[in-house]
Design a protein around this ligand. Sequence first.
Ligand code: BGC
Length: 743
Amino acid sequence: MSNQFKAILLLNVLFFICGCHTKTRNKEDAFINNLLSRMTIDEKIGQMNQVSWGDWNDLARKGQIGSALNLTDPVALKEMQRCAVEESRLGIPVLVSRDVVHGYKTMQPIPLGQAATFNPELIEKGARMAAIEATSAGIRWTFAPMVDISRDARWGRIAESFGEDPYLSAILGSAMVKGFQGDSLNDPTSMAACVKHFAGYGAAEGGRDYNSTLIPQNELMNVYLVPFDAARKAGVATVMCAFSDNDGIPCTANKFLLQDILRDEWKFDGFVVSDWASIAEMVIHGFASDSKEAAMKALHAGVNMEMVSGTYLSNLKALLEEGKVSISQIDDAVRNILRVKYRLGLFENPYFVTNKDVFYAQNHLDIARKLAEQSAILLKNTGQILPLDSNTIQSIAVVGPMADAPYEQMGTWSFDGEKEQTITPLTAIRDYIGNKANVIYEPCLAYSRDKDPKGIIQAVSKVKQADVIVAFVGEEAILSGEAHSMADLNLKGAQTDLIEELKLTGKPVVMIVMAGRPLVIEKELNDVNAAIYMFHPGTMGGPAIADLLFGKAVPSGKTPVTFPKMVGQIPIYYNHKMTGRPATRKEILLDSIPIEAGQTSLGCTSFYLDAGFDPLFPFGFGLSYTTFEYGTPELNMPVFGKQDILKASCTLRNTGDYEATETVQLYIRDLVGSLSRPVKELKGFQRIFLKPGQEKTVVFELPIDNLAFWNAEGKNVVENGDFQLWISTDSSIGNPIHFKVED
Ligand code: BGC
């Protein structure tokens, strides 16, 4: 085929696709405009109202519910929908919503744990299965993914995030959107996703939830908005604005975000929902004098649907009559809402078929187990104590408040998960061992905050008899998530004492931490022989950890956030700026400072006298039972033009005894910019499976375009100059190679 012929063929195909797309859009627009032309102002405002309580059927009949939130009884749901479809004047269906954040019935690891898998394909499958379960209960809209960049472990909602990195959050958030929404929104097993919280909520000052943020434009554009843009490109149907105010403007009334960026620049055509009562709360913020003004400001900014506070329902009509809002603003909002309902196929198919068989279906349990397994991060393994040999162990002690806590291991946002269906580590270890060895179980503490040492004292003599002690510590589910910020990140209750006492037994101790955030565990780590971190792992957390402990699976999780040594280091994240005086790691720390030391004798660099500079664990860190050897990275050329594709490759060899997966990470640094640039930025990662002794060449293709950033002139461009590149096992090590970008 000649090139010319190929080009003509390609053009024809493109025209055909565009033609079909235009036809679909025309049909969609015609339907929506026709419906809109028949709606009264009250019916329009009704569509903009999301309700969470009240006389559902009556509201539905009157056309006053655009969306229902948290109505879960299937019979009541169907009746409400029947009232809307059959008894309201225009029969517009209600969009049923709920927070399906990391599973509906089958609970997967919390999103921070999912991020530790660095596995977008698996996360997409997890979201798909959540959608299959939730839609069979009538839910067609979920409030996920949350892609708020989280650099502060004090913030309880770090649990719901994909961590600190914009690139990782962008890739994983998009995967979740695809999983929830499926191949087509129109499929009855698809849910509209909602990317949240637009924007910057994770930067809450001091990590205290709902607090103000102070994010300058550069950080907003280059860090916080990156995953939202990616979710939009992945076709996310809805966006939720944040509770917080940035630089004095609540996100609920932020025209720059909701209009200039979202609509004008990104051409988003779904709808924007407020957060829970965030319109009414602008009065409390001191940004509106009453709920009427709050409604006006939110509509002007571009909030289309109001979650629960009803200020639109009570005020928009009067505001319209007074000329303070326009009919076109209302029409635009309603059009956006109807468009999503149309795309979901709700007008043709407003009801759902209850199918409880999909709850905890075997393939769902398998996906949840894989996610939990891949989310586990091996932090320490002195003397290769792990994996344990179930054939030689005569007796194993399973201890700690998280060993058999089925509710707690599901984590935050587990409204519909059932603890009766959750398999705990204790159950899984007993199943695994069978009668091959003796399992001694001693919770020692009744729950993670328990301060009573009685149980520890009683347990010590018993657990001493075991060959190995596996201690499950961490936090209960309620200690992370929304409104659950924490100023102290040490293990709660008497858990540190527990670990200390276990160490004194002289037996090998393996510590498993199950928590909603990175906790400060330096001391405990020193006291144990091996440690695995699992962000709350969900329904199948038990079998996953048993597989890992006994070597049926090999840990492959990597930290999606930097782990601090001390709370005072927060915010601590790998992609910080260089400063003019970076730490050298040769600085003199607290205990070595001579008495009456001279003012400038300690090193005039950027570090803490007590904590130094380095974190406990860097971003991207995670050990394996095997070892990997990285070759020196190579590039396809030393100098690149703006249109080029950089190819970076590196050999990876499994030099240990176990077949295992390594997440190979590609980082770059833009050495000089019109704005100071991060010391490292993740730009690619791949999970590579290798048998012992096997070697592969790992190749990354990075379009130079991907090095663009929002620069000093407010333009998203790649700036010419020198760059460094690393291919590495985590964000802290490896030797860089250099390349240049020129016009
Ligand atoms: C949270 C949202 C959530 C909404 C509905 C709010 O409090 O901030 O993330 O989707 O409630 O439950």
